[in-house]
Design a protein around this ligand. Structure first.
Ligand code: HEM
Length: 722
């Protein structure tokens, strides 16, 4: 019998492969660790192979693309006609929704990778009709090809739209590399239903700060707030409070938030002139013949004014294709009353508006139509703090222009990391505090002499390794912040974080800072060099004479260059690698370990080898016994893996998150461990990795792999070398 012999009652179709996403082999155990988040964006899913986009874009005809973009914005297509013959509003919304998924808490989301091309973002209710915007851009993507990524093209489209409509922008950087499948590490919320009521993600929806972290949108499928009000109930004051919290979670203060909202709605319009219920499915659920288009509107009839997107209908200003002060003129020039759009959405209407203040119909310049405000726009007038900021903008339009231009630049560039990563002729040269600036460091000093002085400093190997690790571990690839470069570990707030053991840190810095000064090296370099020395000494006591690779040139940041508030989100609440944890976190130690490894850009084997190494180097927090798996602390041995897989021991729970490693025969407690340690024996994949390093023939491989992973962590933020 072969696979084609179908017995009675069996499915007549060959169906051997798991070809749908609805059920994966791991669905049986939804609580199992999702190690796949460490192995995304594999070269096998990338049609471009090892193509280096950030190099290729340097050969782009920048001015040609910008001119073509401005022409495209005004070239209305019959299949999706432009409002007033200008796609500016639509493209700005595309760029804003691309960038606006960024959240400060974990640095994930944002427009830096072109993820809006894929589900779920391509099908979020809030991203309605942005599929059209991307398809409109296709001719330019096709023409400029490999030299421009989708991610860059999308942000450029919004920025050129503003420029074309009259704003002097703050600049633009290329350099966003596309991904080729959706990120699987980003947590967008636990809801199973689009636009489920806000209450599911708040402890108390009346208190915006109680929204679940790291989320930054009030409902599943929205970019920020519900435009109709909290849970769809209009009340501008309450909506204003949610606007404040959601934008703060995107790293925006009140002034930036007001500038963005008012400047965002200075151009374009909302679409709700028809029956929202008539729209087809979102792109990911669409019929195959729709070719990736969603929200198909049977009543469009080739007319821009019939479009339905949010369900809200109308423009905010009299001249919606011009960068001007029109938003303030109408919002503050009239009183507003609640009304419903043709699609039934809650929105606000001006009372007794003068005919000449009404915008014209997007499809018919001879007809004037009502403008509108959303509940979030009304918040700009009703909320006292936003109102005061708007008064300042109205009194000084040049100030408003500058605030908006800077906030738009921050919105669209924040997740690109430091300024050294910017590419192209329009990248601004000014250092901005949110870029976490770091001055260039010295390279010409005598590295061997520095190391010799560190060796004489009296610091222990564990002290040196732990300090270098603490300095580097804040790095997150999600928005390329943190890391050892800048030596911000010696500044507030980092120097005072519990996890950095302030007393031990102060002692180590007091020993290393004079050495840095003596040799003209940065403290950042000397911290890493000390860690490398600690690793070399530990390898030597295991019988391996090696030198950890080192490249000088890190700089030292100052307090003035450090936005202390925005650094507080980088504080590790747990670090499974150092077996350190604050008692009251909700996810388990192994989940924290996995999350940190993903943010640091480590693979599963790298995470394994680093953890196993840290456990024998004696770097566990505060000298507690947890997680010391060896009788020869400070030797870079495979003891963690050997002991973990040794049947002479058994593992016994001994209180919250702590386990005793007992000798099976005598019952004596040999060591203690936490969940972050035990998962390397319990998870089937991690155990397979652990077994590799426990094998007799892999002690040398372990040391090599540890040094390679360590070097990767120490250099993760060296964008100056890229
Ligand atoms: C307070 C948060 C915000 C809310 C609740 C909000 C809500 C909305 C809604 C409901 C629409 C109508 C979509 C449609 O039906 O086509 C819209 C459109 C638009 N939004 Fe916002 N928005 C917010 C912030 C922003 C920001 C920060 C920007 C950019 C800086 C922006 C730029 C735009 C633009 C340009 C359009 C017009 C789109 C077009 O002409 O097709 N919005 N917004």
């Amino acid at each position: 019998m072969d696979g084609n012999d179908m017995g009675a009652g069996k499915c007549p179709v060959m169906h051997g492969g798991n070809t749908e996403t609805g059920r994966t082999v791991m669905d049986w155990w939804p609580k199992a660790l999702n190690l796949d988040i460490l192995h995304q964006h594999d070269s096998k899913t990338n049609p471009m192979g090892d193509f280096d986009y950030r190099e290729a874009v340097k050969g782009l005809d920048y001015e040609g693309l910008k001119a073509d973009m401005k022409a495209l914005l005004k070239d209305s297509q019959d299949w999706w006609p432009a409002d007033w013959g200008h796609y500016g509003g639509l493209m700005i919304r595309l760029a804003w929704h691309s960038a606006g998924s960024y959240r400060l808490a974990d640095g994930r989301g944002g427009g830096g990778a072109g993820n809006i091309r894929f589900a779920p973002l391509n099908s979020w209710p809030d991203n309605g009709n942005l599929d059209k915007a991307r398809r409109l851009l296709w001719p330019l993507k096709k023409k400029y090809g490999n030299k421009v990524s989708w991610a860059d093209l999308i942000i450029l489209a919004g920025t050129m739209a503003y420029e074309d409509m009259g704003l002097k922008t703050f600049g633009f950087s290329f350099g966003r590399t596309d991904i080729w499948h959706p990120e699987i590490d980003t947590y967008w919320g636990a809801e199973k239903e689009w636009l489920a009521p806000s209450d599911t993600r708040y402890e108390d929806v009346a208190k915006p700060s109680t929204m679940e972290n790291p989320l930054a949108a009030v409902q599943m499928g929205l970019i920020y707030v519900n435009p109709e009000g909290v849970n769809g109930q209009p009340d501008p004051l309450k909506t204003g409070a949610q606007v404040r919290e959601t934008f703060a979670r995107m790293a925006m203060n009140d002034e930036e938030t007001a500038a963005l909202t008012c400047g965002g709605h200075t151009v374009g319009k909302a679409h709700g002139n028809g029956d929202a219920g008539a729209l087809g499915a979102e792109p990911e659920a669409g019929e195959i013949e729709n070719q990736g288009f969603g929200w198909l509107n049977p009543n469009m009839g080739g007319k821009a004014s019939n479009a339905v997107t949010s369900g809200i209908e109308g423009a905010w200003t009299t001249n919606p294709t011009k960068w001007d002060m029109g938003y303030f003129d109408l919002l503050f020039g009239y009183d507003w009353e609640l009304t419903k759009s043709p699609a039934g959405a809650n929105q606000w209407r001006p009372i007794d508006i003068k005919e000449e203040h009404m915008p014209v119909d997007p499809s018919d310049p001879t007809k004037r139509v009502m403008p509108m405000m959303t509940d979030a726009d009304m918040a700009m007038k009703v909320d006292p703090a936003y109102n005061a900021i708007c008064q300042k903008f109205m009194a000084d339009p040049a100030y408003f222009d500058d605030c908006f231009a800077r906030a738009w630049f921050k919105l669209t560039h924040r997740d690109m990391g430091p300024r050294v990563r910017y590419i192209g002729p329009d990248a601004p040269a000014e250092d901005l505090i949110w870029q976490d600036p770091i001055p260039a460091g010295a390279t010409g000093y005598d590295v061997a002499a520095v190391k010799a002085d560190i060796a004489k400093s009296g610091l222990s190997g564990a002290e040196m390794v732990a300090t270098a690790w603490d300095s580097a571990r804040t790095y997150r690839q999600s928005d390329m912040r943190g890391g050892a470069n800048g030596a911000r570990i010696r500044l507030a707030p980092q120097k005072d974080w519990d996890g950095n053991e302030p007393a031990r840190l102060a002692k180590v810095l007091a020993a290393l800072e004079p050495i840095a000064a003596k040799h003209g090296a940065s403290v950042a370099d000397v911290i890493v060099l000390a860690g490398n020395l600690g690793v070399e000494q530990a390898a030597k006591s295991a019988g391996f004479d090696l030198e950890v690779p080192f490249t000088p040139g890190r700089g030292d940041a100052t307090e003035a260059m450090t936005d202390a508030d925005s650094f507080s989100v980088l504080e590790p609440l747990a670090d499974g690698f150092r077996n350190w944890q604050k008692a009251d976190y909700v996810v388990t130690a192994e989940e924290m370990l996995l999350d940190r490894a993903q943010l640091m850009g480590l693979t599963g084997p790298e995470m394994t080898v680093l953890l196993g190494g840290m456990r024998v180097l004696g770097t566990n927090h505060g000298g507690t016994k947890h997680g010391v798996f060896t009788d020869r602390v400070g030797t870079l041995s495979t003891d963690f893996f050997v002991n973990l897989t040794d049947m002479a021991y058994k593992w016994v729970p001994a209180g919250k998150g702590v386990y005793e490693i007992q000798d099976r025969k005598s019952g004596a407690v040999k060591w203690t461990a936490t969940r972050a340690d035990l998962v390397f024996g319990s998870n089937s994949i991690l155990r397979a990795y652990a077994e590799v390093y426990a094998q007799d023939d892999n002690a040398g491989k372990f040391v090599c792999d540890f040094v390679a992973a360590w070097t990767k962590v120490m250099n993760a933020d060296r964008f100056d070398l890229a």
